[in-house]
Design a protein around this ligand. Structure first.
Ligand SMILES: [Zn+2]
Ligand SMILES: [Zn+2]
Length: 256
């Protein structure tokens, strides 16, 4: 399995996943040109990707999903409601529509889109199972539900949101209503909430971890790296490769 966080944060998200015989993008929130450049820089051939999974219609996730799919003649995999909300980006784009909550086969994988709470039409996280094991992703969620916790069990690789440090958010420059939105059930997970989730997900088979969607204003990569590393050391249950998602450059390709 290979994972590469190509971009992560409120200005654009895109993650590359290679598992079994299947190569996928999870979201495509940068320009087509930028995604292509970052893939090539990471040694990944864009024309070998089989499909683009879309989590929700916010621009930092869907910006060039349609353009990428049209360019490489592959499908966008998207829920009906998200497709309706993002129709402008998906003109003449090959689509595979899924129903949130129902797993479906794609290539040699089973893809399970599960609902998360966020301020948009039909936000989802994904679990992707192949003969190589399980990958799970959950970003842009206001709260960790029981379902999220259950779905993300037993992953070899995880991409988890760690959006903000609660103190930095509280004391930071954002207006009150925006602070409330971020903290709400339909906002984003804090570092603390993300680690609480990890507490329930950490197991000896967890080999790769991306901490994702960091706020540039209300968080700091060093802070996330420090709390995550110290959490892993305290847990002593696993020692995954850890990558802190970066907005401006692709992370390393993690091979597990
Ligand atoms: Zn987002
Ligand atoms: Zn969002």
């Amino acid at each position: 399995m290979k994972i590469c966080s190509l971009a992560s944060g409120s200005k654009g998200n895109c993650l590359y996943l290679e598992t079994g015989e299947t190569r996928l993008l999870v979201d495509a929130g940068l320009s087509l040109r930028e995604i292509t450049a970052r893939m090539q820089h990471a040694g990944i051939q864009p024309d070998t990707v089989h499909g683009v999974l879309v989590t929700h219609e916010h621009l930092d996730h869907i910006r060039s999903a349609g353009a990428f799919a049209r360019r490489y003649r592959i499908p966008v995999l998207i829920s009906y409601a998200t497709r309706q909300a993002a129709a402008a980006y998906l003109n003449k784009t090959p689509l595979i529509e899924f129903e949130t909550g129902y797993a479906f086969a794609f290539q040699d994988c089973m893809v399970d889109p599960f609902p998360v709470t966020h301020d948009c039409s039909d936000p989802v996280g994904f679990v992707v199972d192949s003969a190589e094991g399980r990958f799970g992703t959950a970003t842009d969620l206001g709260v960790v539900t029981r379902l999220v916790r259950d779905k993300l069990q037993d992953c070899r690789a995880l991409n988890l949101e760690a959006n903000h440090d609660p103190e930095m958010l509280q004391n930071g420059p954002y207006p009150w209503h925006l602070k409330q939105r971020i903290k709400s059930r339909h906002g984003h997970l804090s570092n603390q909430e993300s680690l609480e989730l990890l507490f329930d997900l950490a197991h000896s088979g967890l080999e790769a971890l991306v901490m994702a969607h960091l706020s540039e204003v209300n968080n700091h990569p060093d802070k996330v790296a420090a709390v995550t590393t110290s959490f892993m050391n305290d847990q002593n249950r696993c020692a995954p490769q850890i990558v802190i998602g970066d907005q401006y450059q692709a992370g390393p390709v993690m091979t597990i």
